[in-house]
Design a protein around this ligand. Sequence first.
Ligand SMILES: NC(=O)C1=CN([C@@H]2O[C@H](COP(=O)(O)OP(=O)(O)OC[C@H]3O[C@@H](n4cnc5c(N)ncnc54)[C@H](OP(=O)(O)O)[C@@H]3O)[C@@H](O)[C@H]2O)C=CC1
Ligand SMILES: O=C(O)CCC(=O)C(=O)O
Ligand SMILES: [Mg+2]
Length: 732
Amino acid sequence: MYTITDEAPMLATHSFLPIVQAFTKSSGITFETKDISLAARILANFADMLPANQQVPDALAELGTLATTPEANIIKLPNISASVPQLTAAIKELQAQGYALPDYPADAKTDEEKAIKATYAKVLGSAVNPVLREGNSDRRAPKAVKNYAKAHPHSMGAWTADSKSHVASMTEGDFYGSEKSVTIAAPTTFSISFEGADGSTKILKDASPLEAGEIIDSSVISMSQLKAFIAKEIADAKATGVLFSVHLKATMMKISDPLIFGAFVEVFFKDVFEKYADTFTALGVDTKNGLGDVYAKIKGTEKQAEIEAALEAAITAGPDLAMVNSDKGITNLHVPSDVIIDASMPAMIRNSGQMWNKEGKSQDTKAVIPDRCYAGVYQATIDFCKTNGALDPTTMGSVSNVGLMAKKAEEYGSHDKTFQIEAEGTVKVTNGEGTVLMEQVVEAGDIFRMCQVKDAPIQDWVKLAVNRAKATDNPAIFWLDEVRAHDSEIIKKVDTYLKDYDTTGLEIKILAPIDATTYSLERIVKGLDTISVTGNVLRDYLTDLFPILEVGTSAKMLSIVPLMNGGGLFETGAGGSAPKHVDQFLTENHLRWDSLGEFLALGVSLEHLGETYNNAKALVLAEALDIATEKFLENDKSPSRKVNELDNRGSHFYLSMYWAKALASQTKDEELKAIFTPVFEQMSSNEATITEELVAVQGTTMDIGGYYKPSAEATYAAMRPSTMFNTIIDSL
Ligand SMILES: NC(=O)C1=CN([C@@H]2O[C@H](COP(=O)(O)OP(=O)(O)OC[C@H]3O[C@@H](n4cnc5c(N)ncnc54)[C@H](OP(=O)(O)O)[C@@H]3O)[C@@H](O)[C@H]2O)C=CC1
Ligand SMILES: O=C(O)CCC(=O)C(=O)O
Ligand SMILES: [Mg+2]
């Protein structure tokens, strides 16, 4: 199964998948596509409102079911995890294309509106990955990728001890400070209720199942303390002349983080929000959607100019704001999904700890990460760079990751258990027998969050960690903080399950995240490799952080999810869908997206297929693809960032040529040899023509009939512009 997703990876698929299908056809392998793009997911969820000819199947649900079966073999490209602004843009585009979808009812009042909003909620945020990830995560940089980075190091900004860049976090009143955790002894249920100081009660979540061995936790971030903290950090950034920036994961932590993001907007523009409180309420301004929502809602109203001037004045009076796009005036506070911590913090660290100011220049930065659970990892990395200078890609070692992820583990499964509290009182988590398992004292506006992690995934995660340690002989470090209630429960299980394995000779340690960061960095500068074994959030953070520092991008990672029931989910890299790349593609028909992650995923997918079904041809194809990928790296055929040079499409041509060559050169399968010998011959003798055709089309604006749902025909035409190359591929 091959997923069709969004933005840059979706464009790339239109070039690469036809090649893959052509190369594997003669081996009896078919690639079925499943459209899980944001647009397709919207249409699938509203099928009952659409005429038959516009309905699409729920491909995500189908894949989710498949992921629990031993037969699963899924190649998963990155998809949009939509924020509300992205969702509304996608709805608008689909409506314009003739789909009679309802508008997104941000402020749903009637039952009908509430039902529509609930349906849209299903496609909001990280609605795809948690459904498919029925296993834990194994992400690492393959040897060939590391070797490539050593030979062709990416740019790395210098670090000096006098850098003013730092991470700012709360010192109390955050999730970290309030966490409680319990391990469940016997199967039961839990419910979450609120008891107001005034004696009122409210059920927040009805009874839901709990398995024996499951670890649950709860924590609260205090809205008043958060806002006081933000105000203090804004003042400090202004006083010390650093850029002010916010780093959250508003897509994956889709309930808590947009609320926290909104608090930043409200505090930064406090006077404006106070002055225009009534206007903003009447217009339905929603700060969870960022400053961009304020601009959008005031547009065309009588007060537009006046409020814009007030916002502008607040920006001028405040500290310099980190910019997403200084040319277009888009700040860090505009859209909650524009600055996502996993990618944004490493990009800043790679750039000497600096982000971009409104003049488009780099400047030292205060990176505000309110909660302390994981923020210290970034400060420790910054401290390390300030002391030791920038890391050196030509010599540095590698940090791979084994991540606890299966069955919506930990914070990533917390959406249905996260609530903004309306009044002062207590939130209680009660089991089926009526015993209160955890309670948290709250005030109005606070955010309460409860998480779960099941026992089977933890056992599988420990096993995967031991397997990786054995396979590599590298130390495996569990990044767990014994002073955190949740981590201390996990530590008990890790200690227990490690006893199931013979770990003689292996170095397996448990270190708190900050110590684990320093430990791994001290090894990395010596060229030594370390395995990070982490929970779900650190899995996400570290698999962008280390790859971006080591190999320039997380797009080049091997990203395997060994599914717990025996199937394989092969993710293509560890990064996202790169909206910036689409902008460039639409303005100048150059796609700088690097598909290396896709080549690697395809290789392991074919290998899995070959091994599971005894398909010798699949194994030959996989081996040849591996050789081709190495050659591809050696010869530096990755896409360039600049127009009129080899781009994503050209990189696919080279991969194909090397793949054909490897198939022509092998001797394990004579049939494949016979098929691919002339193919390689045609490709290599027409190399100049093909690359010319692929570059000649560049430099013009593009229209593929949509952003979220482009026309398939126009996209294929755009992504397969070489007649010569198409003729060779289509003849297979
Ligand atoms: N697995 C998944 O489905 C994931 C999905 N996402 C989603 O992706 C979207 C964008 O997220 P964002 O945080 O901006 O992160 P991205 O990883 O999409 O982008 C960050 C930057 O990383 C670089 N990059 C990423 N992938 C590639 C690639 N294949 N080739 C070359 N460069 C690459 C680009 O840098 P440059 O601009 O310098 O070229 C890009 O602008 C969001 O909707 C997010 O939710 C995010 C992570 C994982
Ligand atoms: O699912 C998402 O929203 C993002 C996933 C992600 O960033 C990751 O798994 O690294
Ligand atoms: Mg990530």
